[in-house]
Design a protein around this ligand. Structure first.
Ligand code: 13P
Ligand code: SF4
Length: 304
């Protein structure tokens, strides 16, 4: 059944001139049909460059929105319209405008896990792969507002020894990974290296051997001579980790780090999206024009 469904998806994708972009946290079977599987930065680069007419974004709403901003002439489909990101909804454009008024002259750095409306209020965007580099590019004498992820913000601040005004948002999925989970996993697997996504709590990040985006973690494991790894991020990443490294062992730091929104895309929904050419993600023209600048600025700074 699923072979048949995969064949139909491939055929229809070809007919529609569609590209299927898949985030590293998606269900394994969805990752397996992706033309590209990657982190937020990698996928937004592809969305900006692709010549496809249609982008099927197997991820969450802010990712599809970013693709729509970068490629306004393409149709962007999100297989489940309810696949949002709770962290992105923790700050609104109005709230950010109010904070900016209290700090005139501050540079606003916004994580891509945010709405288009919030990006439109920002000076530059970042992802977990380039946040340190982006903040490093801002002159030392400038005050910085970092939104919405307080955990990524405090990781960047610790790396650069720089104070920032942090919005109090967080990823509920990564927040569930507790230092005691990680300590237990380290006790159970004393030879394993600990790899942590920077959306995790600072007390978890502090224990890490390596901190990186989802693609950063995948690259690290592929290139490392190590044989055992404890993974402190969302569980969907285990699919590619295991597939790419059959001789290595991977342990999840916490079984409860499972993002329900990321798991809303299924093969059926990808097929329906291609059949019906919906749900389409669109962004208001004026907001899209303002949101494009901080995204392009980020892509220009981190060109490779
Ligand atoms: P990255 O793949 O960019 O590390 O993103 C993590 C994330 O939480 C996406 O929702
Ligand atoms: Fe949002 Fe966290 Fe889910 Fe990523 S893993 S989509 S940041 S809730």
């Amino acid at each position: 059944m699923s072979e048949e469904m995969i064949a139909k998806i491939k055929e229809l994708a070809k007919e529609r001139q569609a590209i299927i972009l898949v985030h590293n946290y998606q269900l394994g079977e969805v990752q397996d049909i992706g033309d590209y599987v990657g982190d937020s930065l990698g996928l937004s680069r592809i969305a900006a460059q692709t010549e496809a007419k249609v982008i099927v974004f197997c991820g969450v709403h802010f990712m599809a929105e970013t693709a729509a901003i970068l490629s306004p002439d393409k149709t962007v489909l999100l297989p489940d319209a309810n696949a949002g990101c709770p962290m992105a909804n923790m700050v609104t454009g109005r709230q950010l405008r109010n904070l900016k008024e209290q700090h005139p002259g501050a540079v606003v750095v916004t994580y891509v896990n945010s709405t288009a409306e919030v990006k439109a209020e920002s000076d530059i965007c970042c992802t977990s792969a380039n946040a340190v580099e982006v903040v490093r590019s801002i002159p030392e004498d400038k005050e910085i507002i970092f939104a919405p992820d307080r955990n990524l913000g405090s990781y960047v601040a610790s790396q650069l020894g720089r104070d920032m005004i942090l919005w109090n948002g967080f990823c509920p999925t990564h927040e569930r990974i507790l230092p005691e989970h990680v300590k237990q996993a380290k006790n159970d697997h004393p030879d394993a290296q600990l790899l942590v996504h920077p959306e995790s709590r600072p007390a978890v990040v502090k224990l890490a051997d390596f901190v990186g985006s989802t693609t950063g973690i995948l690259n690290y494991c592929r290139e490392s001579n190590g044989k055992e790894f404890i993974i402190a991020t969302e569980c969907g990443i285990m699919h590619t980790l295991k597939k790419e490294n059959p001789g290595k062992k991977f342990y999840l730091a916490s079984e409860v780090a499972d993002c329900p929104n990321m798991k809303l895309s299924t093969l059926e929904k990808v097929l329906w999206a291609l059949e019906d050419m919906q749900p389409v993600v669109t962004v208001d023209k004026e907001i899209a024009a303002r949101a494009l600048r901080p995204i392009e600025k980020m892509l220009a700074i981190t060109a490779s």
